[in-house]
Design a protein around this ligand. Sequence first.
Ligand SMILES: [Zn+2]
Length: 113
Amino acid sequence: MNHDEAVEQMAVERYLLGALDPGAQEEFEEHMFGCPECALDSRVTKVRQILLNLAPRDRSLLKAIFLEQRDRDEVCREFGVDREYLRVFLRRTKQECSTEYVRRIRGPVPLDA
Ligand SMILES: [Zn+2]
């Protein structure tokens, strides 16, 4: 996924609302970490901050999967975690990211939409 595709598909909005299908979600995550334009988006910045607040091992886990696009079984072996841990961890992190977004859009400043 390149940046134009991300914008066209409203990937940031749909990602934060958990509305992307799993394939598109992974593609967007891979894109988001390496994209200088997405880095300027305050919502993406927040998500990145959440990710940066993770324990170093968990952050390395995410990095191995989304940035380096490593095989998940191989990553589990290397980090000494099982697939269930990885699954729960990824889901929890994504939930945290969408919760942050929901809090923002329900905050005191109304959106025009
Ligand atoms: Zn981008």
